[in-house]
Design a protein around this ligand. Structure first.
Ligand code: TLP
Length: 343
């Protein structure tokens, strides 16, 4: 039985070509700034995102935390969506390790921050208050359904931030998915943020790694925090080579993942009791299932070789490199069989 792994796009394995690029990478000590492949990846990423500089980090979580630490001082408050990955899924690193307060504001169904709430959450200068240090935004938005924030959405947030002189950090773990879905260069989506994290290790298919981008000065400081967080890697060119391959050869194919997600959604909505929550815009498909305990359904699906997660009352299927249209059809047919057999 073929296992169809829809748990996350983080499960993607490097292609043979990517592995060859890794094996052939020219290496040096990156903590000393001497790994030519890391340096090339960083230059390439900075250029693609329209930023001055970039830094290879171990993970999206590390990139986001390094960014928060660089933008803020201990005791500062960071405004973040209540559904943000940084708030929900990053182990509380910002407050545990950074002494930062995360002040949540609601996300709307599209993953945007409620701008009225953002304005209201920004602190005024007063001896009694913590200082607001940063506003964080996420694109695509994971928990809101892989939803895409447009250039206009990001410009509106920038406007609010500028009125109060605040920087904006963009958690763009899946920013390339957003760019492909909107058919705009990724730099246009990065333009309104002071710093951006994006992941190489999700739909772009690299085994490890994320990149933090910003001004030269910001990245120089973030580099110190990366070291503090244990992310100073040595011959990291083996990882960077996969990242270079990913940026050169894996971006356009994200459109296939989005097509497969739409195909999954078409099939799911034909099944009685299933509702899309919401219809997919990129490669994440969330749905609710009436009449089932979702943990039980996930276990039954696992028995028939379909892997996925349930979270907050929904099941998530993620399409990615390694999942073909035929796998989506097969997953749908196994789901129908499980549901027909009953809870
Ligand atoms: N998301 C993972 C899990 O942690 C939930 C997934 O399977 O979707 N920002 C966003 C928006 C993310 O979705 C993720 C990973 C990260 C940051 C963190 O990236 P990593 O896993 O590299 O630390």
């Amino acid at each position: 039985m073929k296992i169809i792994d829809l748990r996350s796009d983080t499960v993607t394995l490097p292609s043979p070509e990517m592995r060859r690029a890794m094996a052939a990478a020219e290496l040096g000590d990156d903590v000393m700034g001497e790994d030519p492949t890391v340096n090339r990846l960083q230059e390439m990423a900075a250029e693609m995102l329209g930023k001055e500089a970039a830094l290879l980090v171990t993970s999206g979580t590390q990139g986001n935390l390094a960014a928060l630490l660089t933008h803020c001082k201990r005791g500062d408050e960071v405004i973040v969506g209540a559904e943000a990955h940084t708030f929900v899924f990053e182990v509380g690193g910002a407050w545990a390790l950074g002494g930062l307060g995360l002040r949540t504001v609601p996300n709307d169904e599209g993953g945007r921050l409620d701008l009225k709430e953002v304005k209201a959450a920004i602190r005024f200068d007063n001896d009694h208050f913590p200082r607001t240090g940063l506003i964080c935004v996420e694109n695509t938005h994971n928990r809101c359904g892989g939803t895409v924030l447009t250039e206009e959405d990001l410009a509106a947030l920038r406007h609010v931030a500028d009125n109060r002189g605040l920087p904006v950090h963009l958690d763009g773990a899946r920013l390339f998915n957003a760019a492909v879905a909107l058919r705009v260069p990724v730099a246009r989506l990065a333009a309104r943020a002071n710093s951006v994290t994006f992941c190489l290790s999700k739909g772009l298919g690299a085994p490890i790694g994320s990149v933090l981008c910003g001004t030269r000065e910001f990245i120089a400081e973030a580099r110190r925090y990366r070291k503090m967080l244990g992310g100073g890697m040595r011959q990291a060119g083996v990882i960077a080579a996969a990242g270079i391959y990913a940026l050169e050869s894996m971006v356009e194919r994200l459109a296939e993942d989005h097509k497969n997600a739409r195909a999954a959604a078409e099939g799911l909505k034909e099944i009685a009791g299933i509702a899309l929550a919401p219809p997919p815009q990129t490669n994440l498909v969330y749905f609710t299932v009436d009449g089932w305990r979702l943990d039980a359904l996930v276990r039954r699906l696992e028995e028939v070789g379909v892997l996925c997660f349930d979270e907050a009352g929904r099941i998530r299927w993620v399409t990615h490199y390694g999942i073909e249209r035929s796998d989506v059809e097969e997953a749908l047919s196994r789901l129908r069989a499980v549901m027909a057999a009953g809870a």
